[in-house]
Design a protein. Sequence first.
Length: 145
Amino acid sequence: MTATSVPFRVLPELSDRTASFWQGGEQGELRFHRCGPCGMRLHPPVPVCPSCGSHEVNPEAVSGRATILTFTTNYQAWMPGPDLPYVVAIIAIDEDPRVRLTTNIVGCRPEDVRIGMPVQVVFEHHPDPDGDIWIPLFMPAEELV
């Protein structure tokens, strides 16, 4: 991805349940649903907490800090999208490492990405007639080490 372009991405369909996740970037917030009674963070969002059965599940912002658990570097252009090569990673959010997110790592060379690397969310804005989308991507946050 160049500094002035936004790559093609297949955008998610917004719903009442997912809009807070996909649109939180407008306010610079990475949001996950959290159960009020037991505090469990849930992703993807569900209407009922699988831990305690509560329906008191609402979106809540997290710090946006995470750790790379695993990753792969893609060198093959399967469809229009990010410039090659690009990194696809599974990250764990700092507030609850059980919450995992598949994302792209940006802002560094693919060969510099490593397991255990601390990362910080950045958002890629995509205008959409059904509601703008902010894709959460992650970049190195070496100052967090």
